[in-house]
Structure formats: C-alpha cells, structure tokens
Design a binder for this molecule. Structure first.
Ligand code: ADP
Length: 619
C-alpha cells in the first residue's frame, strides 16, 4: 500500500527490484556512459510512439510540435536534464514500466555474472530491459516528470534514490512527454560538460531519427541509412548502425542490403550477428526486425517478418506497400508481410549458402553460434527444407574436434559399396568417439557422423535420407555390415558359441531383449545396441530428463566371439554352466556396457562383483 504524505505517494520496490538496483549500481556496468544512450533511446522510442499515433489521430496535446530530444546541462551545478515530447507516461506506466522491471530470469542471469566476478558490458544493459536504471550509476537521486499525450491527462513527478522506495505525485505540466533530471555524482561531473555529452552521443546515438538539441545547437545525425544506395554507405557506417540497432558491441558477421521492386517493394538492411544471444528473453516481448513504412517506424516486434528460426538476425525493413496508418492487426494479416517474409528468408539462406561455399571459416563460425536455430527450422519451414539440410553440419569420425562436415561431403567421399549414412549420438564427442559400436567402422575407415548436439536427435529422423541414402544409427541391431574377411582372429565355433549365448540369456533374463553374436566389435568383448524400431539412445536420455518415470527400452547385447574373454567363458561353460566366475563375468560385462553408455544406475553390485572377481584372480 502506498504511504501518503500530502499528495505524495510513496511506494516500495519489490525485493527483487531492490536486488537488481543494487547489482546495477554496485558492480556490473563497466561503462557508465551508457546511461546516456539508454535515456536517448527511451526518448526516441517515446517519439516513435507519438509519431505513429499522429498518423491517424491528432487528438493529442500539441499535435503540430516538432518531435525532438532536448538536453540541458548545468556545468556549475552538475545538473543533467533530458526532455522529449514523446508519448509520455501515465501513472500506471510509472508504476509498472519504471517501478517494476526485473523478470526473474534477468535477475538470475545478473546474479550469476556477479558470482562469477564478471562485469556486465555496457551493451547488455539495453537487452535486459533495465536501461532506465543505468542512470543510478551516475546519480544518487533521479526525478522524472511526465505527462501522457492524451488531452486532459494528468502530469506526474516520479522520484527515487534507486534504493528502497520511489514517490509519485501529481504536478502541473503543460507539455506532453517526459523530462528526466538529476544531479551527477562527484565522479561523473563531466557528463554535465557539453564536449563529453556530444562525444557519447556521437558514439552511440548518431542513428537516432529525431533531432537531439544541446541548448540551441542541433547535433548532426545520419538518419535512415537503409534508404541510401549501397555504394554510398561505408563499412564503418554499417557496423555502427548494426551496433546501434542491435545493442551489440561486436561487429556483425555479415549483412544484406536489399532494395526490392516488383511484386513487393521494400528496402532492408539485415545483419547476422557474430554471437548468439546469451539467453532468450522468453518473458519479454520478442523483438524482430524493425518495421518502417516509408521511413516511419511502425513496430519492432512484427513476428510476421521472419520465421521463428531466423529471429536472431537484426535490422530494418522499410516498405511502401503498407498503408501509413497500418495497425498491429493489419500487419498481422497483411499479405505484404508474408511476401516480405518469403523474400527475406530466401535472401538470408542464400547468403548462408554463399558463405558455406566460398568462405568456410566464416560459415563455420556462423554455424557454431546459430546452427541450433537452423535446426529448429527444419520442422517448421518445409519450403526451404532442402536448403536447410544442405546448410547443416556435423562432426564426424573423419573431422577434427570442432570441425564440421556437410551431408554432401559425407556422401561424396563414401565408399562405392556403402549404401547408408551412418551416425552415432551421445552427450559429447569425447565420449561418443569411444563407443565400442564404432570399432568396426573405425577399422574399416567408414565415416560415422558424431551427433552430440541434442537438437540433432530431433532433426535426424526428419532428414530421413539424403541423396537417396538413409541415415542410420550404428546402434541399431539390424545394421547391414559384413564380418571382417581379412581379420586373422578366429570366431568361436558354433558348438561353443550357441550354448554360451544360452547361458548369457539365462543369466541376464529380462534385463536384455536379446543376446546375439556381434559383427561390429573389434577390440571390445560386448556392446549394447537397440532394436530396429527403437528410440535412439540420445533421444531416450532426453525422454528420461523430461519424465522421471520413463523406463528405458530393453537393449540387445552383442558379444564379440573373437574376443579372448568370450573364448575363455565358452571354455568354462563347457565344464560347468553354473560356474560363479562365468555368471559373474556375464553380469559384469552387461553392466560395464551400461556404464560406458552412462546408463548404469546403481554401481554397488557392480563394484562388489568386481571385488569378488579380483580377489579370485589374485589368489
Ligand atoms: P526498456 O526501454 O528496455 O523497456 P527501460 O528500463 O529503459 O527498459 O524503460 C522501461 C520503460 O519505461 C519503457 O519501456 C517505457 O515504457 C518507459 N519509459 C522510459 N523512458 C521513457 C520516456 N522517455 N518516455 C516514455 N516512456 C518511457
């Protein structure tokens, strides 16, 4: 409940908000100057909102006034003021937009940074939707005076020391828009000096579309660079523009500058970032490309512009084909948006194909960051299915760790008698590569894709086949492989193998689906494989993570009848099929195979049996 002092209401920040403020002020930001960028950017957003509203509705306070941002500095008193004649804020906005911000995931992330002793780079601040609070880095107390644009709306003053509480009171204010003022902390007095402020604005805010005034002086700005011809824009300008719209301090990996005329008319500047976002802001409105209609900002969350799987790109789309008074509902159902979407997707995938062909290093860098996004696309974008499949990359037994191969490369170097594309899934390359199921393939130099990204498990069944060759897990029992001809090692003869397999089955009972003779093993004595229609091992692991009651499918145990251990066991079996060393060895082999897969749940029995066997062996 608000505390009331005359007409001033005092509110307390929620606990998590206090925590967030503390983090911001005390440790995280490395560049305090970003407060200026954040305030200018909020002012520019507010101006965009009023400009959009004015397209169809002039029933607002001072409809004819020029839209601008005004900075007032007082060097002697160390005062800083920024004012805009944008949309302004209602009392509710002050409470809900300014008073409460932190989503729990933002906080968690910030806490983590702090615990790890890291600082928060200036460019992250805007991405978290906490930009306004960066002002508390440079000021101990901040005053916001604001009036919403509706005629007859009330004006308010919001004040806070950014610690525990804030106050709101009603005030008299004629103008619409927002004025934010504060006295600078001692260390930051330079932000009341003109040269310093101009400098920061030059660095971060040259693309702001509205005039920025310092006193009577209008700072120069660049404006809508996507409207200019390609050859007129320098690489530096592109990079700066990218940094400005993407809130990223790294340069982009690449860009597209489109100027389309014909069935659909639009200009666009689209960037591929060099780094994937650190975390998804699921609880915040998702931003996509900024949509403009004839240079007027319409919205930054038009989901229709891009399929979900490409929403990591940043940039601007400006079209003449939408009516100027376009509403949100209209953009949602507009065929123009559909057409723009199709063109953009085609162009982005085209650019990626070009990189993949001509600049492998660049493509690999892209793929490491955004490969998972593309994978999501496979089950969404059926039109571009083949293109996407060609863009996928995997590690393989013939690639160095961290290096990728495409399916095309795989198929191109496949042996003539190989009919299928082999793969093996697992948690990480280093463990997958040791899987005994690979032995046959290694020995015969047959390439196997090593899939350690959880998303691979989702896409492999949908890819199904490539160049008419089926993708096949080498963990499946029905693999068509031919026993090694050249190998000198002899397999156990049938009369010994069959009764031994019988004892294996008896001993393991319903722990396994079946026990069979292996053709794929070279060095190991046994391995576990799955039935023909069974789920992939990695997929099963995911099922287990999602559902704790999930029970694993039974596996098939394959034994290597060339292995000395199996031969020894066959010999013991000849004498006494109930022999305890024989029975314990069988259990040990089975549980050892589970252990390798990371599937052995209770290791106590395993260890007890091992101790018993070792004691006997050392007698
Ligand atoms: P973000 O801008 O990422 O949403 P901020 O903390 O910078 O996060 O701002 C929070 C909200 O406060 C804005 O979304 C907006 O609704 C409101 N706001 C901030 N500054 C202004 C302003 N100058 N005019 C109108 N609204 C503003």
């Amino acid at each position: 409940m608000p505390q009331k002092k005359s007409n001033i209401h005092e509110y307390e920040y929620k606990a998590e908000m206090k925590q967030l403020l503390h983090l911001i002020i005390h440790s995280l930001y490395t560049h305090p100057e970003v407060f200026l960028r954040e305030l200018v950017s909020n002012a520019s957003d507010a101006l965009n909102k009023i400009r959009f509203r004015l397209l169809t509705d002039s029933n607002v306070i001072d409809p004819g006034e020029e839209l601008k941002i005004t900075l007032t500095l007082d060097e002697k008193k160390h005062l800083f003021t920024i004012e805009d004649n944008g949309i302004g804020m209602t009392e509710r906005d002050l409470n809900e937009e300014i008073g409460t911000v932190a989503s729990s995931s933002t906080l968690e992330y910030l806490e983590k940074l702090k615990v790890e002793g890291k600082t928060m780079e200036g460019d992250l601040i805007g991405q978290f939707g906490v930009g306004f609070y960066s002002v508390f880095m440079v000021a101990n107390e901040v005053t916001v005076e604001t009036r919403y644009a509706d005629e007859g709306s009330k004006a308010y003053r919001w004040k806070s020391d950014g610690k525990g509480t804030y106050t709101i009171e009603e005030i008299d204010r004629e103008a619409r828009g927002t004025k934010i003022s504060f006295k600078l902390k001692k260390e930051y007095h330079d932000f009341a000096e003109e040269w310093r402020v101009k400098n920061v604005i030059d660095k971060y805010s040259t693309f702001v579309e509205f005039p920025i005034m310092i006193g009577k002086e209008r700072l120069s700005r660049i404006g809508a660079i996507w409207q200019q011809p390609k050859e007129k824009i320098s690489t530096d300008q592109l990079t700066e523009f990218y940094k400005y719209i993407a809130n990223d301090s790294n340069p982009p990996l690449g860009h597209l500058h489109l100027s389309m005329e014909g069935k659909v008319n639009f200009k666009a500047l689209i960037f591929i970032p060099s780094k994937a976002p650190l975390y998804f802001m699921r609880d915040k409105e998702e931003k996509t490309l900024n949509l403009y209609a004839e240079k007027i900002f319409i919205q930054d969350d038009a989901k229709e512009l891009l399929p979900e799987y490409l929403r990591f790109v940043k940039g601007v789309v400006d079209t003449e084909d939408l009516p100027l008074n376009v509403s949100r509902e209209l953009t949602q159902s507009s065929p123009v948006m559909q057409k723009i979407n199709q063109v953009i997707v085609g162009k982005i995938l085209g650019l990626l194909q070009e990189w993949a062909k001509k600049d492998r290093g660049k493509y690999d860098r892209f793929y490491k960051e955004f490969g998972q996004y593309l994978k999501i696309g496979l089950n969404i974008d059926f039109t571009n299915r083949d293109k996407l499949i060609d863009l996928f990359r995997f590690e393989s037994t013939k690639s160095e760790p961290g290096e990728f191969v495409s399916l095309k490369q795989y198929v191109d170097r496949m042996g003539t008698d190989q009919k299928e594309i082999y793969y093996l899934t697992g948690d990480e390359r280093s463990s997958v590569i040791k899987n005994p199921n690979l032995e046959y393939f290694k020995k015969n130099a047959i390439e196997v894709l090593l899939l350690s990204d959880p998303y691979d498990v989702m896409i492999v069944p949908s890819i199904h086949e490539y160049d008419k060759k089926a993708l096949k897990s080498i963990e499946k029992a029905d693999l068509e492989i031919h026993g090694d001809q050249e190998d000198g090692e002899e397999v156990l003869n049938k009369d010994l193998a069959e009764p031994l397999i019988k004892v294996f089955k008896e001993t393991l009972g319903d722990k396994v689906k079946d026990v069979i003779e292996s053709k794929r093993l070279v060095n190991s004595a046994c391995t576990l494989v799955t039935g023909k229609d069974a789920m992939d091992a990695q997929m099963e692991r995911m099922m287990k993570m999602m559902d704790e009651n999930y029970t694993s499918q039974k596996k098939i145990l394959e034994i290597n009848t060339k292995h000395p251990l199996i031969k020894n066991l066959a010999r013991i079996n000849l004498g006494d099929s109930k022999d305890s060393i024989l029975r314990n060895s069988i259990l040990q082999m089975f549980e050892g195979a589970l252990l390798i897969r990371g599937d052995l749940e209770a290791p106590t029995d395993f260890i007890e049996r091992m101790t018993e066997l070792m004691t006997k062996a050392t007698k």
